[in-house]
Design a protein around this ligand. Structure first.
Ligand SMILES: CC(C)(COP(=O)(O)OP(=O)(O)OC[C@H]1O[C@@H](n2cnc3c(N)ncnc32)[C@H](O)[C@@H]1OP(=O)(O)O)[C@@H](O)C(=O)NCCC(=O)NCCS
Length: 402
């Protein structure tokens, strides 16, 4: 662990790198029309979503996270081993254990960081960012890699129109660093958890209450379940309240904020946050139409796209705000300090990562069968990529001890 010398606590804690990764394959509303009783028009008007991304068979949450993470490290102008701590916000980990963060550490080629996951559902990125900020402020670490990553398409029931139309895959990341310069960075935050909503969005089986079995599978309890209306009602109120609390703690007024980076679940949520704060939609960054709800990845992807598209400049006051299962909510008021032009450094990062699996174990086909049938009819036959992972590191072939 790299500790600053005694008496050298950081003067500020700043975002120095950012990056995102979205799988190539697009899953459109029209594709979903072939699976559930829905329509492109219904999905667009009720949610604002036009399409979402879907990971390829060889990709996992950790590989998506590693690409976004490598991009953020490159943008920060750092090497992988400069990172002291890796935090991954996710509700779709590769495995129950080890943590996805541990797999990401190996995949990005870091030899020295501590690594753990942060489970706060769709608020995971903001919760992980707040955790990173606290660790750095305490003097424990200088550079923390924060990633939100999800592979939700493997946890959706493609016969359920309530959930299957909403979610998508992707990853967003930032590097948070100690700075010896005064001011800038996180200025105020708010994190909340309200277990009244514990069963409004949940995944019933696979935990200690109901371990996976033929019966839980038969009941379809390995898929995300959601009470859409209740969630909608709660989310719209909480997003605005959390954003406002973070703004107040920063000592700002809402109209001083240059850009809000809200969780991208539904464009109507975002419109209601704008309305609640008395602001126009120009102040809201929106990309839900292209990615759907990528849960913990959503704010990280949106932040990276906002900076790379010139919507955020040095000195701008921005607010990230998220809401998710739990119910959780998190908001961070941040004064932006990094040169947006550094975003171009991410272009040098090859968008490929792989994660070692034991040689004496093979995973099952991870692709949802109903969905693949529709996509294969659309795209033609697919090359099976499971055994042809590009860029497989040598240590992946390491012998597993007997
Ligand atoms: C899911 C959600 C889009 C549904 O929108 P809504 O306006 O509340 O729609 P309703 O549930 O009232 O349904 C309206 C009608 O559309 C139907 N419907 C529901 N899902 C549908 C779909 N995918 N396609 C077509 N029709 C659908 C309903 O059956 C209902 O029909 P009825 O009037 O004949 O009974 C909305 O509730 C929502 O966004 N909830 C929050 C979900 C979320 O973001 N969760 C993650 C938070 S991090």
């Amino acid at each position: 662990m790299s500790r600053p010398a005694a008496g050298t606590l950081p003067r500020s804690v700043r975002i120095t790198g950012w990056g995102h990764y979205a799988p190539e394959r697009v899953l459109s509303n029209r594709d979903l029309e072939k699976l559930v009783d829905t329509s492109d028009e219904w999905i667009r008007t009720r949610t604002g979503i036009r399409e979402r991304r879907m990971a390829a068979p060889h990709e996992t949450t950790a590989t998506l996270a590693a690409v976004a993470g490598k991009r953020a490290i490159a943008v920060a102008g750092l090497a992988a081993d400069d990172i002291d701590l890796i935090l991954v916000g996710t509700l779709t980990p590769d495995y129950w254990m080890p943590s996805t963060a541990a797999l990401v550490k190996e995949a990005i080629g870091n030899s020295r960081a501590a690594a753990f996951d942060v489970m706060a559902a769709c608020s995971g990125f903001v919760f992980a960012y707040a955790t990173a900020d606290a660790y750095i402020r305490s003097g424990a670490y200088r550079h923390v890699l924060v990633i939100g990553a999800e592979l939700l398409t493997r946890f959706l029931d493609f016969t359920d129109r309530n959930t299957s139309i909403l979610f998508g895959d992707g990853a967003g990341a930032v590097v948070v660093s100690a700075s010896d310069e005064e001011g800038g960075g996180m200025a105020g935050m708010e994190l909340t958890t309200d277990p009244d909503g514990a069963y409004m969005i949940w995944l019933p089986s696979g935990g200690s209450k109901s371990p996976s079995s033929a019966e839980t599978i038969q009941r379809g309890e390995h898929y995300v379940r959601m009470e859409g209306k209740e969630t909608y009602r709660y989310a719209t109120k909480t997003l605005a309240t959390s954003a406002l609390k973070a703004i107040e703690r920063a000592g700002w007024e809402p109209d001083e904020v240059a850009l809000f980076i809200p969780h991208q679940a539904n464009v109507r949520f975002i419109e209601s946050v704008a309305k609640g704060l008395g602001l126009s939609m120009d102040k809201m960054f929106v990309n839900v139409e292209r990615y759907g709800n990528t849960s913990a990845a959503s704010v990280g992807i949106a932040l990276a796209e906002a900076v790379d598209s010139g919507r955020v400049q040095i000195g701008d006051k921005i607010v990230m705000v998220a809401f998710g299962a739990g119910f959780t909510s998190g908001a961070a008021a941040v004064e932006w300090t990094a040169d947006p032009a550094h975003g171009r450094r991410a272009l040098d990062v090859v968008p490929v990562a792989s994660v070692r699996a034991p040689l004496d174990w093979d995973s099952v086909d991870p692709m949802p069968a109903r969905l693949m049938a529709v996509l294969e009819a659309r795209d033609g036959p697919q090359v099976p990529l499971d055994d042809v992972v590009p860029g497989e590191p040598d240590h992946a072939k390491r012998k597993v001890p007997a």
